[in-house]
Design a protein. Structure first.
Length: 454
């Protein structure tokens, strides 16, 4: 695909000449505050690949053109490519003209739009109230108590949603699948965003129990939908959660995928989270047969190169830290030289941290009597120090339990911006990893076993 980035002014001034070729022209205004650059993405294997970018001019205008070899699915947007916010979906054909105006909450089509993009716009308007609450959760606050009734109302409206044929049979077939998937994609997204109140198992509307990932994992055509893989991951986790057996382990996830190429995408997703080369080697040995396409093999090579580089770096001396245990005794990282040390930085208010406790306890039991020390560092606030002590006693937490508070050296020196954070140090007091896998990930056990042998 030929690509060329132009300023908005150049695009606006050359629109007529563009039609002498198969170029598609995309332009518009983006009035949302804080944005300086707009990107055009092509949907490839469920992910967004940046095609071109355009800087906003003084009038908040952007523009670019491309020469697509065939019709395809594109996204116009800003911000983190992995986040659904500030992203809008379009279908672009050779010689198409797409003009939009983006405001604080949505977008409008300017001028005459293609039948396909008008259909996408109509659908976006239908799901917009759900999307705003589910995806733009930092701007539109709420809990399941107001979202679920709105979701159920939309479910009742679905049978009466009118769809006109665009005259494009291929698009119409895709669009039917897209609407079905996107509705559930938005509904599931709501459950995996931070909220002040969470539903009980019996609070979920029937829609959630009817979301079956396996309905979409037979064919690779699902990858034509933006963020399809992320949505499928949410679907699989939701299914496990409703059955009281949620799992992010790779083997459990793969059972939902019936197509080997799709399994390869999940293996690559997992590979991207690995923290060590030994974990990569183990993954390839067990699941490498699912990495099938040239694109998948290329992406795995990039991951391999990154992990190989990390494995080649010599160990650096750990930066020491000191905190108090439940009895007020000072405990330092340096106290444990001669042992492999795994440090868990956590807090009692952190849901994902507490979700790791069963796996952490299991690992502590597996390494009992060996030269491994488990050190859990709480960063609860001063006012919650007693709450931390009570939690440690109630949950019968083992290992070394210490409290560092919110103002501490460990989060500063190790640049910890989110928790849980697990770190591994070797017997010499050197860094093995300052962002290691979690206990629920079998890769961590492999790292510890490898360090014990040294």
């Amino acid at each position: 695909m030929k690509k060329l980035v132009l300023s908005a002014g150049v695009i606006l001034g050359t629109a007529l000449s563009v039609y002498a070729t198969d170029n598609a022209i995309i332009k518009g205004t983006w009035s949302r505050k804080g944005e300086k650059k707009i990107s055009l993405y092509h949907v490839e294997n469920g992910r967004l690949e940046e095609v071109s970018t355009s800087k906003l001019d003084a009038q908040n205008r952007f523009g670019f053109y491309l020469e697509p070899k065939a019709a395809g699915n594109y996204v116009i947007g800003t911000g983190n490519v992995n986040q659904l916010t500030n992203k809008y979906f379009f279908y672009i054909k050779p010689k198409d003209a797409v003009e939009i105006s983006v405001n604080d909450s949505s977008y409008t089509l300017v001028g005459k739009a293609s039948a396909e993009n008008q259909a996408l716009k109509n659908w976006h308007d239908f799901v917009l109230p759900m999307e705003r609450k589910a995806i733009y959760f930092l701007q539109v606050r709420g809990t399941y108590e107001d979202f679920f009734p709105e979701l159920e109302a939309k479910v009742k409206e679905l049978p009466n949603y009118k769809v006109k044929s665009t005259g494009n049979k291929a698009f119409d077939a895709f669009f039917a699948q897209y609407r079905d998937f996107n509705f559930k994609q938005i509904a599931a997204s709501y459950l995996f965003t931070p909220r002040s109140k969470h539903p009980g198992k019996n609070d979920y509307p029937a829609l959630y129990r009817n979301i079956k990932a396996t309905d979409y994992t037979q064919q690779t055509s699902i990858l034509e939908i933006p963020y399809a893989l992320n949505a499928l991951s949410n679907f699989t986790f939701l299914d496990g959660m409703l059955q009281d057996k949620p799992s992010q382990e790779l083997d459990a996830r793969l059972t939902y995928y019936k197509n080997d190429t799709l399994k390869g995408e999940i293996v690559i997703q997992h590979a991207a989270t690995l923290k060590s080369y030994v974990g990569y080697e183990e993954l390839i040995a067990k699941k490498g047969q699912y990495v099938l396409t040239a694109d998948q093999k290329s992406r795995m090579k990039e991951i391999e190169a990154r992990l190989a580089k990390l494995a080649a770096e010599p160990g650096k001396p750990a930066v020491n830290f000191t905190a108090e245990d439940v009895n007020g005794k000072k405990v330092s990282l340096s106290d444990f030289k001669g042992k492999v040390v795994i440090v868990d930085v956590w807090a009692t208010w952190c849901g994902p941290c507490k979700a790791e406790i069963p796996s952490l306890k299991k690992m502590e039991e597996e390494f009992r009597g060996q030269a491994v020390e488990f050190v859990s560092v709480s960063i609860d606030q001063e006012k919650d120090k007693e709450k931390w002590k009570t939690f440690v006693a109630k949950e019968e937490l083992k290992g070394v339990q210490i409290w560092a508070g919110t103002k501490n050296d460990i989060t500063t020196n190790y640049e910890i911006k989110s928790i849980p954070r697990f770190m591994v140090f070797n017997k010499k007091g050197e860094v093995v990893s300052t962002d290691s896998p979690r206990p629920s990930n079998p890769e961590l056990k492999q790292i510890l076993l490898a360090e014990l042998k040294k």
